[in-house]
Design a protein around this ligand. Sequence first.
Ligand SMILES: [Zn+2]
Length: 331
Amino acid sequence: MRNNPISATIDFDKEGIQHGFLRLPYSSDESAWGAIMIPITQFKNGDGPTALMTGGNHGDEYEGPVALFNFAGRPQIDDIQGRVIIIPAMNYPAFQQARRVSPIDRLNLNRIFPGRPDGSTTEVIADYFSRYLVPMSDYVLDIHSGGKTLDFVPFSASHILDDKHQQKLCEEAAKAFGAPYRVQMLEIDASGLYDTQVEESGKVFVTTELGGAGTTSPESVGIARRGVDNFLIHAGILKGELHLPETETVSLDMPDFRSYLFSEHNGLVEPCVSLGDSVREGQVMARIHNIERTAVPTCEYRAPRDGMVIARHVPSLAKIGDCLYVIGEVL
Ligand SMILES: [Zn+2]
C-alpha cells in the first residue's frame, strides 16, 4: 500500500516532552509547496502504556480542543509513566473554519475510516490514524460534543462489542472519565466511525458528548479537563486520584432506534421539553410550525419511548431529516 504523505515533526520513540506537527503536504493557490500543519504534543517517560487523546474530530466541537490544548501545555512529565499523544484538533482544516466537516473536500472525518493514503485530505488524515497512531496506542480517548446543531447532557460513552472483555474495559474507562452521565451508545450508522476503527483494533476506547451548540461553558470544559486526567489515571499513565463527580454518575442505555426522534417537516421548532427532562412515551416533545403561512395546525412530535432527554436539536428552524431529540433509558 502507498505510504501516507503525512510526516510527523516529532519522534514518537524519544523520551521527554515534544511539541510539533503532523505535516500534510497541501498545494493550493495560496501556498504552492505548502502543508496543513496539525498540532501534536507527546509526553514520554519510560516504559508504560500509550494513550492517544483527540479533539476536533468534528471541527465545531470545543471541549476536547480546550482540554487538550491545556493538557499539552503542562510543563512537567515526572508524574507520567508511559506515553501520551495529544492531537487537540484532528480534522484541523475543519477546526480552523469552525465547521463540522472539512472545507477542503467536504468530508466528515468520522464517517470515512479507515481512510485512504491516496485520497483527499480528510481521507489521508484518517489513514494516518488507522495505520500509525492507533496501532501505537493502548488507550484511546476521542472527545466530542454536539457541534453547532446539537446539544447534549455531558456524558462519556462506550459501545456494545463482540469481545465482552474489551467491552468491559471500555465501560470501566468510560466510568473513570467521570462525566455526570455515562451512556451505552447505539450509533445511527457505525460504519466509517473512528470509534469502530479503534475498537476493531482491540484498543480501550472512550468517546464523549460534553455539550454542544458550537460553544463551551466553564462546566463543560471542567468536565473535559477532569476527564482527560481521569482517563490517564485510570490507564495507569498519570499519577493521582480520580476526581469523580459529587453526585453519582447516571448510567443510560440506548437499547434501540426508538431513542432517536427525527423531523419529517421543515419549520419552526417550539420545544416542549429540555435537556435532562424525563419523558413518557407519547408525550409531546416539540411542535413544528409551518412558516409559509399562518393558522396551519402545528405538527406534534411525541416521545417514541420513556426515558431522559440526552440531546436536542439547536437551531430553531428544523429541516426534514434533522435529529430533533435523543432519549436515553435510565438504568
Ligand atoms: Zn462529534
